[in-house]
Design a protein around this ligand. Structure first.
Ligand SMILES: [Zn+2]
Length: 221
Protein backbone atom coordinates (compact mmCIF):
# COMPACT_ATOMS: atom_id res chain seq x y z
CA UNK A 1 0.00 0.00 0.00
CA UNK A 2 1.36 3.41 -0.91
CA UNK A 3 2.41 5.56 1.98
CA UNK A 4 3.06 8.67 -0.08
CA UNK A 5 -0.33 9.63 -1.40
CA UNK A 6 -0.29 13.12 0.06
CA UNK A 7 3.39 13.96 -0.04
CA UNK A 8 6.42 12.07 -1.23
CA UNK A 9 8.01 11.62 2.19
CA UNK A 10 6.21 10.30 5.19
CA UNK A 11 7.39 11.34 8.60
CA UNK A 12 8.69 7.97 9.62
CA UNK A 13 9.67 5.35 7.08
CA UNK A 14 8.03 5.45 3.70
CA UNK A 15 8.80 1.99 2.45
CA UNK A 16 6.63 1.88 -0.58
CA UNK A 17 6.41 -1.60 -2.04
CA UNK A 18 6.05 -1.92 -5.80
CA UNK A 19 4.94 -4.85 -7.92
CA UNK A 20 8.58 -5.29 -8.94
CA UNK A 21 9.46 -5.89 -5.29
CA UNK A 22 6.74 -8.52 -5.10
CA UNK A 23 8.05 -10.25 -8.21
CA UNK A 24 11.63 -10.02 -6.95
CA UNK A 25 10.44 -11.73 -3.78
CA UNK A 26 8.76 -14.50 -5.80
CA UNK A 27 11.89 -14.85 -7.95
CA UNK A 28 14.04 -15.58 -4.91
CA UNK A 29 12.64 -19.07 -5.41
CA UNK A 30 14.97 -19.32 -8.35
CA UNK A 31 16.47 -21.71 -10.87
CA UNK A 32 20.17 -21.94 -11.58
CA UNK A 33 21.15 -23.91 -14.65
CA UNK A 34 17.71 -25.43 -14.55
CA UNK A 35 17.94 -26.57 -10.91
CA UNK A 36 15.94 -25.09 -8.01
CA UNK A 37 17.91 -22.57 -5.96
CA UNK A 38 16.34 -20.79 -3.01
CA UNK A 39 17.90 -17.34 -2.69
CA UNK A 40 16.47 -17.14 0.84
CA UNK A 41 17.91 -20.37 2.27
CA UNK A 42 17.63 -19.28 5.91
CA UNK A 43 15.59 -16.96 8.06
CA UNK A 44 18.54 -14.60 8.30
CA UNK A 45 18.67 -14.31 4.50
CA UNK A 46 14.94 -13.61 4.39
CA UNK A 47 15.22 -10.94 7.10
CA UNK A 48 18.17 -9.29 5.35
CA UNK A 49 16.17 -9.24 2.10
CA UNK A 50 13.15 -7.74 3.87
CA UNK A 51 15.30 -5.03 5.45
CA UNK A 52 16.92 -4.19 2.09
CA UNK A 53 13.47 -3.80 0.54
CA UNK A 54 12.27 -1.73 3.48
CA UNK A 55 9.41 -4.02 4.49
CA UNK A 56 10.90 -4.76 7.90
CA UNK A 57 12.70 -2.33 10.17
CA UNK A 58 16.26 -3.12 11.12
CA UNK A 59 15.27 -3.25 14.80
CA UNK A 60 12.43 -5.68 14.05
CA UNK A 61 14.80 -7.93 12.12
CA UNK A 62 17.36 -7.81 14.95
CA UNK A 63 14.68 -8.79 17.43
CA UNK A 64 13.67 -11.75 15.26
CA UNK A 65 17.32 -12.81 14.89
CA UNK A 66 17.70 -12.71 18.64
CA UNK A 67 14.55 -14.84 19.07
CA UNK A 68 15.79 -17.24 16.39
CA UNK A 69 19.06 -17.74 18.24
CA UNK A 70 17.28 -18.81 21.42
CA UNK A 71 14.38 -20.63 19.73
CA UNK A 72 15.45 -22.38 16.50
CA UNK A 73 12.03 -24.02 16.19
CA UNK A 74 10.24 -20.69 16.00
CA UNK A 75 12.86 -19.53 13.47
CA UNK A 76 12.07 -22.59 11.33
CA UNK A 77 8.36 -21.80 11.58
CA UNK A 78 9.01 -18.19 10.54
CA UNK A 79 11.00 -19.30 7.52
CA UNK A 80 8.31 -21.83 6.60
CA UNK A 81 5.75 -19.00 6.76
CA UNK A 82 7.84 -16.85 4.44
CA UNK A 83 8.18 -19.69 1.95
CA UNK A 84 4.53 -20.64 2.20
CA UNK A 85 3.33 -17.12 1.36
CA UNK A 86 5.95 -16.79 -1.36
CA UNK A 87 4.79 -20.08 -2.89
CA UNK A 88 1.13 -19.07 -2.65
CA UNK A 89 1.77 -15.70 -4.31
CA UNK A 90 3.72 -17.48 -7.03
CA UNK A 91 0.80 -19.84 -7.55
CA UNK A 92 -1.52 -16.83 -7.97
CA UNK A 93 0.92 -15.26 -10.47
CA UNK A 94 1.23 -18.58 -12.34
CA UNK A 95 -2.55 -18.91 -12.43
CA UNK A 96 -2.96 -15.38 -13.79
CA UNK A 97 -0.31 -16.01 -16.46
CA UNK A 98 -1.89 -19.37 -17.36
CA UNK A 99 -5.49 -18.05 -17.27
CA UNK A 100 -6.59 -20.70 -14.83
CA UNK A 101 -7.94 -20.66 -11.27
CA UNK A 102 -5.28 -20.84 -8.55
CA UNK A 103 -5.29 -23.74 -6.14
CA UNK A 104 -7.73 -22.94 -3.29
CA UNK A 105 -5.04 -23.44 -0.66
CA UNK A 106 -2.96 -20.70 -2.27
CA UNK A 107 -5.76 -18.17 -1.94
CA UNK A 108 -6.26 -19.09 1.71
CA UNK A 109 -2.57 -18.55 2.40
CA UNK A 110 -2.45 -15.21 0.58
CA UNK A 111 -5.63 -14.07 2.32
CA UNK A 112 -4.22 -14.92 5.73
CA UNK A 113 -1.11 -12.89 4.86
CA UNK A 114 -3.19 -9.93 3.69
CA UNK A 115 -5.09 -9.77 6.96
CA UNK A 116 -1.89 -8.95 8.82
CA UNK A 117 -1.29 -5.62 7.14
CA UNK A 118 -0.13 -2.54 8.99
CA UNK A 119 -2.39 0.34 9.96
CA UNK A 120 -2.19 3.42 7.75
CA UNK A 121 -2.68 6.75 9.49
CA UNK A 122 -2.34 10.46 8.86
CA UNK A 123 0.32 12.37 10.76
CA UNK A 124 1.49 16.00 10.80
CA UNK A 125 4.36 16.54 8.37
CA UNK A 126 7.51 18.57 8.95
CA UNK A 127 6.30 21.36 6.63
CA UNK A 128 3.15 21.86 8.67
CA UNK A 129 1.00 19.88 6.28
CA UNK A 130 -0.09 16.28 6.55
CA UNK A 131 1.59 13.01 5.60
CA UNK A 132 0.73 9.34 5.52
CA UNK A 133 2.53 7.02 7.88
CA UNK A 134 1.94 3.50 9.02
CA UNK A 135 1.99 1.74 12.33
CA UNK A 136 2.94 -1.87 12.78
CA UNK A 137 0.37 -3.82 14.71
CA UNK A 138 1.49 -7.40 14.42
CA UNK A 139 4.41 -9.67 13.83
CA UNK A 140 7.04 -7.99 11.61
CA UNK A 141 7.22 -11.00 9.25
CA UNK A 142 3.44 -11.07 8.85
CA UNK A 143 3.56 -7.36 8.17
CA UNK A 144 6.35 -7.74 5.58
CA UNK A 145 4.49 -10.55 3.79
CA UNK A 146 1.26 -8.54 3.74
CA UNK A 147 3.10 -5.58 2.28
CA UNK A 148 4.69 -7.76 -0.39
CA UNK A 149 1.30 -9.27 -1.27
CA UNK A 150 -0.34 -5.85 -1.55
CA UNK A 151 0.96 -4.80 -5.00
CA UNK A 152 -0.35 -8.01 -6.57
CA UNK A 153 -3.78 -7.34 -5.09
CA UNK A 154 -3.63 -3.77 -6.33
CA UNK A 155 -2.70 -4.99 -9.81
CA UNK A 156 -5.69 -7.34 -9.76
CA UNK A 157 -8.12 -4.64 -8.73
CA UNK A 158 -6.89 -1.64 -10.70
CA UNK A 159 -4.03 -2.70 -12.94
CA UNK A 160 -3.41 -5.01 -15.84
CA UNK A 161 -3.04 -8.49 -14.34
CA UNK A 162 -3.08 -9.95 -17.85
CA UNK A 163 0.42 -8.49 -18.22
CA UNK A 164 1.79 -10.72 -15.50
CA UNK A 165 3.93 -13.32 -17.23
CA UNK A 166 6.24 -16.23 -16.53
CA UNK A 167 9.51 -16.19 -18.46
CA UNK A 168 9.45 -18.68 -21.33
CA UNK A 169 13.03 -19.72 -20.64
CA UNK A 170 12.73 -23.08 -18.87
CA UNK A 171 15.95 -22.36 -17.03
CA UNK A 172 14.60 -19.09 -15.67
CA UNK A 173 10.81 -19.08 -15.15
CA UNK A 174 10.89 -15.69 -13.42
CA UNK A 175 7.67 -13.82 -12.90
CA UNK A 176 7.74 -10.51 -14.74
CA UNK A 177 5.47 -7.69 -15.83
CA UNK A 178 5.13 -7.25 -19.56
CA UNK A 179 5.67 -3.56 -20.26
CA UNK A 180 6.03 -4.04 -24.01
CA UNK A 181 3.91 -2.05 -26.43
CA UNK A 182 2.41 -5.16 -27.96
CA UNK A 183 1.90 -7.01 -24.68
CA UNK A 184 3.42 -10.17 -26.13
CA UNK A 185 6.75 -10.34 -24.39
CA UNK A 186 7.80 -13.89 -23.57
CA UNK A 187 11.01 -13.41 -21.63
CA UNK A 188 11.78 -11.61 -18.41
CA UNK A 189 14.67 -9.91 -20.19
CA UNK A 190 15.45 -9.86 -23.89
CA UNK A 191 19.15 -9.26 -23.24
CA UNK A 192 19.52 -12.53 -21.34
CA UNK A 193 16.66 -15.01 -21.62
CA UNK A 194 15.36 -13.72 -24.97
CA UNK A 195 18.77 -13.76 -26.61
CA UNK A 196 19.51 -17.17 -25.12
CA UNK A 197 16.31 -18.46 -26.72
CA UNK A 198 17.22 -16.87 -30.02
CA UNK A 199 20.73 -18.33 -29.87
CA UNK A 200 19.26 -21.78 -29.16
CA UNK A 201 16.95 -21.42 -32.14
CA UNK A 202 19.85 -20.33 -34.32
CA UNK A 203 21.95 -23.33 -33.20
CA UNK A 204 19.04 -25.67 -33.88
CA UNK A 205 18.59 -24.22 -37.36
CA UNK A 206 22.24 -24.50 -38.23
CA UNK A 207 22.06 -28.14 -37.11
CA UNK A 208 19.03 -28.58 -39.36
CA UNK A 209 16.79 -29.48 -36.45
CA UNK A 210 13.10 -28.78 -36.90
CA UNK A 211 11.89 -29.58 -33.41
CA UNK A 212 12.69 -26.20 -31.89
CA UNK A 213 9.66 -24.27 -30.70
CA UNK A 214 8.54 -21.32 -32.74
CA UNK A 215 10.09 -18.24 -31.20
CA UNK A 216 9.22 -15.72 -33.88
CA UNK A 217 7.26 -13.50 -31.54
CA UNK A 218 10.55 -12.60 -29.87
CA UNK A 219 10.61 -8.84 -29.96
CA UNK A 220 12.24 -6.37 -27.67
CA UNK A 221 10.05 -3.95 -25.77
ZN1 LIG B 1 13.93 -15.17 -17.86
Amino acid sequence: MSTNVIEPFSRGHAHDVRLDDTFDFLNTDDLENGFPLDRLPGLDDALAWFVRRGVIHGEGADRLRFQAAIDPLSAARDLARVRSVRGALREVADALADHRPPRPGALDTVNRALHARQVIELVPSSDGCVAVDHRHVGDPIDDALARLADPLVKELTSGQPERIRICDNDRCRWVFYDTSRTGKRRWCDMATCGNRAKAARHRARTRGSSDEPDLVSASPD
